[in-house]
Every structure is written in C-alpha cells, then in structure tokens.
Design a protein around this ligand. Structure first.
Ligand code: MN
Length: 148
C-alpha cells in the first residue's frame, strides 16, 4: 500500500493509515465521495487490502448500463469503516459517506476480467468488470446475466 501511504499526510487527514492484513474477507463497500468532483469508490476486499476503483457516475443498479471505473491505489481494509471529512487541500479533500456495503463472491478474477456476485443493500447480483485494452486502469463495470 505504498501508493496509498505516499499520497496522504496522516498528520492532516483523519483517514486510517492501516496496513496489509493477513485475514481473508469477502467484504465490498461503495463510498460516496464529495470531493472536487463527486464520485463513488468501489472497494473489494482481497489479499489483505481493498482493491479500489473510482466510478465517476456511480455503479449501475440496473442492467444495460456500463459505467467507467478507474482503478486506484489499494486501500487498507479498515478504510471500509471510514466516513467523514478530509480537509480541503489534502488528497481527496471532501466528505466520504457509506453508500452500500455487503459481502461478495468471486466468480472470476484475472488480468482485465473480474466477475463478482455482490450481496449488498443497493447492489445485488452479478457484476462484470472488463479492463479496457491500452487504457491502463480504465475498466467498465456493468450488471451481467445469470442472476434472474
Ligand atoms: Mn474517492
């Protein structure tokens, strides 16, 4: 999580410094982040961290909608519990609140292709994420079949 630590001054932000943990979990969280630009942050617990994407327009709740998701630095697992205000002028300055949270199952996870089943309050069902070739970090996220 060197990138996460390097971007933040923990004497100024209330965000947790955190560390990579050895526990295995199946949590996902979506945080609504009123920063300089409103966006939603999707985080999937994996390998002792939260794998993270910025979704400028928010994750789609309905079928047939594809949204851009830009992968960002891994966050500590305890970040799922963070809400509050990051001071203006600090990285990510603005307020963060919980938008959805739950468990998830992994159906596929490889370079450029992730399929998960989310069991949240707002997001329920099978979601596909596809990395865009030649656009490092850019993914599309959308609801994808088989869950009725
Ligand atoms: Mn954010």
């Amino acid at each position: 999580m060197e990138e996460y630590w390097a971007k933040r001054d923990f004497t100024r932000t209330p965000e947790p410094r955190g560390e990579v943990v050895s526990t295995v979990g199946d949590m996902f969280v979506v945080q609504e982040h009123h920063a300089s630009r409103l966006h939603w942050d999707l985080r999937l617990e994996r390998d002792g961290v939260l794998k993270s994407w910025v979704i400028p327009k928010g994750p789609p709740e309905e079928r047939g909608i594809r949204r851009l998701a830009v992968q960002t630095e891994d966050h500590p697992v305890e970040y799922a519990d963070f809400k509050g205000s990051i001071p203006e002028g600090e990285y990510g300055g603005g307020t963060i609140s919980l938008w959805d949270r739950g468990a998830y199952e992994t159906e596929k996870w490889r370079d450029g292709e992730i399929i998960v089943r989310l069991k949240g309050s707002k997001l329920v069902g099978r979601y596909c994420m596809i990395g865009l070739k030649g656009q490092a970090g850019d993914w599309l996220i959308f609801r994808c079949g088989k869950d009725g």
